[in-house]
Design a protein around this ligand. Sequence first.
Ligand SMILES: Cc1ncc(COP(=O)(O)O)c(C=O)c1O
Length: 422
Amino acid sequence: MALDMDVNSNGPRTFVQTAQTIGELDRWEQISEDEVAMAADMTRRNELSGGTPVVRDFEQVWREWIGTRFAVSVVNGTSALYSAYFGLGVGPGDEVVCPINTWICSIAPALLLGARPVFCDIDPDTLLIDPDDMARKITPKTRCICAVHLWGNVCDMDAIIAVSKETGVPVVEDCSHAHGAKYKGKMCGAVGHVGAWSLQGSKAVSAGEGGVVATNDIDAFERACLVGQVNRIAGIDLVGAKYEELQPLGLGMKFRAHPLGIGIATVQLRKLPELNQRRAAYFAEVEAGLATIPGLRAMTVYQGVERGGYYGFPVIHDPEAMGGLPTSEYVERLKTRGLRASLSPYPNLHDLPLFAKGFDIFTRNRGPLCAEEGYRGYKQGDFPKAELALKRTVFLPVLSDPIPGAAQTVLQVLREAARDAG
Ligand SMILES: Cc1ncc(COP(=O)(O)O)c(C=O)c1O
């Protein structure tokens, strides 16, 4: 979740968006010689395009790991979601229900398919979709629900699946923050109808840029291949006859992943269990320690959830219980003391003019965000719980290989910065 901007060079401005080692508290190196060797070997073999052996192996490993019948790699998480939505038949005139506090790429692909995002509120103690509000937002036009396992915490999938069963609306799980997370023993991404992951450079499994879409649903999978896997050949892993005459060119769109990225992700995936274990232990120690700091508390984790990926470390700040210290000031105090803390890196989506006011996406007053087509926009107050959460959430550093005592050091800073408040 880091963005290093190079503003001083005379050449083009650049940015590198990979996961970062957090100062002196963390020993983690995201990339080792193993990833370098994999990329070098693949380059020497000129294994640089197509459904190469490394790509095919990765997809096989992914489906066995997640426990779905199908999985296909794509260029990024955004195209994984595009493929998932297209797979489920999301199109013009449809609605997709999505939490208001997610990264814009969770829902943008549905928008570009012509569907209208219908946002719902969250549970402010988890930052995850509120299944009751989600249910209220379902209409006869709803084609899909997007459940986002934000920051590596896992949605209340029993409640979501119950609504899905009752209404017949399928669920896409956006697992971009939650690699390896589980719900009641099942891998996230296999609980709903289609799972989508980002393998972008700052994620727990990085391809640099990459993504995966996985499902048990033959039609969703074949449609995902139709829309983004030009030259995916029937008989490799396309299984039905329904779209056979359209193959191998499909719809002529290409979201195929770069094999080098998938090679790197192959190595990263092997390291994930250890990474998750270390992050989990660090989160647990800090979260347990929060009990001793009035005004801070951990996010709730639903029953049966095993978090994974740990893309961000949100905790809840209560200014009242901290002598009236506003959350933004508390974060400043943490930063002054050298802790890499922040307010939410994501806006609530109704804070963006795109969704607040709407936009003529397809020009000539067409498209799901046009007043002419009935879009009414959003305003402050529409999502009270998400608005509250945005104001009172503090993000702590995610340490991946903490030095001994790092969690206690973080707690010490949290305690010191809270002291003398009010
Ligand atoms: C929740 C969520 N969904 C989707 C995406 C899109 O993934 P990508 O950047 O690989 O396109 C991201 C990226 O950070 C994300 O955080």
